[in-house]
Structure formats: C-alpha cells, structure tokens
Design a protein around this ligand. Sequence first.
Ligand SMILES: Cc1cc2nc3c(=O)[nH]c(=O)nc-3n(C[C@H](O)[C@H](O)[C@H](O)COP(=O)(O)O)c2cc1C
Length: 323
Amino acid sequence: MAIRTKLNDLLGIEHPVLLAPMAGVSGGALAAAVTQAGGLGQIGGGYGDADWLGREFAAAGNARLGVGFITWKLAQQPHLLDMVLERQPVAVFLSFGDAGSFAETIRRSGSKLIMQVQTLEQARAAIDAGADAIVAQGTEAGGHGGSRATLPLVPAVVDIAGELPVIAAGGIADGRGMAAALMLGAAGVLCGTAFFASDEALSPEGAKAVATAASGDHTLRSSVCDVARGLDWPGAWNLRTLRNHFSDRWAGEVESLKADAAAQRDIYASAAAKGDFDTAAVIVGEGVDLVTRREPAAAILTRMVTEAEALLKAAPGYVAAPA
Ligand SMILES: Cc1cc2nc3c(=O)[nH]c(=O)nc-3n(C[C@H](O)[C@H](O)[C@H](O)COP(=O)(O)O)c2cc1C
C-alpha cells in the first residue's frame, strides 16, 4: 500500500515526500537517498556555487532529482539555471523572490517548476507564474521563511490553488505531521529539519549532534545570522535557527551588529570553520524535537510514510494503491 496523490503522478514518485533543497546540507548523496527511498531528493543550490553544484550532481549519480535555488540570489547569477537544466532535473524549486523569466525557461526545459511561498499573495503570484506545484511554507520551518503558521496557511493556499498540487512545509518531521498536512488538503510534504541529521546530510557532524539533542523550544527567527554571514537578505524573510550564545548576544541589537559587521563576520566565519555552535548557527526548525538520532535518510522517509498511512487509512480522500 502507498499514499498516492496527484503529486506522485506529477513528479513520478512513489511517496509524496520531497527533500527540502537545503543550502549546504542537501547534497547529492542525501538527495539520491531520498529518491531511492521513493520520495524526490532535491539538491540545495542555495546561494549558487557552480563547482559545488557540479560536484553534488555527480555525487547523486543518475538518480532522479530536483534542484533548488534562492530566487533573489539566482537573479544575480542566472547562468547557474542553464547549467542545472542541462542535467535535466525532474524539478526546479524556487523560493524567496520573483520568478520572473526563470519560470518560462524552466517550463520550456521540461522540468517541473515548484515554487515555495510564505503568504497567499506570493501563492497567487506563483499560480500566475505558471508553477506546476506550490509549497506553502509555515514559519515553523528551519531556515529562511516568513511569519505565517503552517496549519492555517496550507488550507488557505489549497483553496486558491485549484487543481495545482500544494505541498506543505514547516514543522513536518514525522508521519503525524505528514498525515495532518494531507488532511489540510496538501498533496504532499517537503521536509528539511527531519533530514538535517541524517547520515547522508552534509551538515557538520557537530551540528548533527547539537540538533539531535535540541528542542523546538529553543529556535528563533532572526536576521542576526545573515548579518554575521554577510548575506544581504531582503527584509521579507529571516532565518530560523537554534538559539545560541551569539544569537542571544545580538538579539534586538541587529543595528549594533551591522555597525560592527566586519569584525563579527570574522568571528562568525572562524566559529563556523571550527564547528563552534555557540557562535555559528545550527539551522533547524521547530520540528527538531522529533529529530532524536542520526540515521539513514531512507529510514526517516519510510517511517514517516508508514506512520502517515496507518493514520490516514480511514480518512476521506485517501487512495490506497495495490501493494
Ligand atoms: C538547514 C536548512 C537549510 C535550508 N536552506 C534552504 C535553501 O537554501 N533554499 C530554500 O528554498 N529553502 C531552504 N530551507 C527551507 C526549506 O526549503 C523548507 O522550507 C523547510 O526546511 C521546511 O521546514 P522544516 O525544516 O520544518 O522541514 C532550509 C532549511 C533548513 C533546515
């Protein structure tokens, strides 16, 4: 038996679970492992580094994959889109910014266009841009995001999306979350935090250890880490991380941090290089309570879909396919 939705058909996958294209974390090995387990693995193109992308596509072998970009950053280096389209990804995932002409380029290439949104206004823009699927991302998510919560955002996006599949993201890290998302009308889920500490993830070992011991009580959204990394993020989005000494030190003092940016960037970069997570951020979302051990990505995905299926068996809209 398996959970089948229109997302399975759109992307040619067995389970409607997508790996979030996490910058620096979702490399080729993790993406391939998720695809191998029946979901869709996506490489995290992040801020855009051609060598890194080439290496991670190679590491994925010939697995079917998606690839994600931070849209406002891609706009500064559009050639990276052509580079990845040559590798014929199943999907290109755009988040955080206006898709502009990228939408048409992706559609013409034959790859599906998945757009992640944080508001209804952005969802309408994604529909108008011709997205093949929309990810409704709630504020619970690890990484960058907005302020609306997953529970009310997902059904509101479903209501305006018509036939387009809506994928829920933000705080979904086990079968209970997946089942709940499907009950909200989502056609699938996109998970980042759930895979952050997986064996195949590129997250530093020390960060995996911190994440598996951490609680969602201790995450926050802030721009402190972006300022410290010298990243010029548009104000509509900020970053959810675990709180640490550095984020507590600068909380509410972003302007002072900016004033001392050069020195603080050095401090932050050297902490990140050393794996000092009192200063460098561990980027996970509220779902981190449910991430309690290191394990293979396939184990995480299989447990999630098995548990969701058991919970949903009697639910309306559930379609069981023959084993
Ligand atoms: C470590 C980490 C890095 C992320 N990097 C990106 C990114 O580069 N681009 C992007 O669109 N989303 C990124 N995200 C957000 C994910 O796309 C997704 O919305 C989020 O992981 C879903 O919520 P969850 O973390 O609760 O599963 C990142 C998330 C995490 C945890």
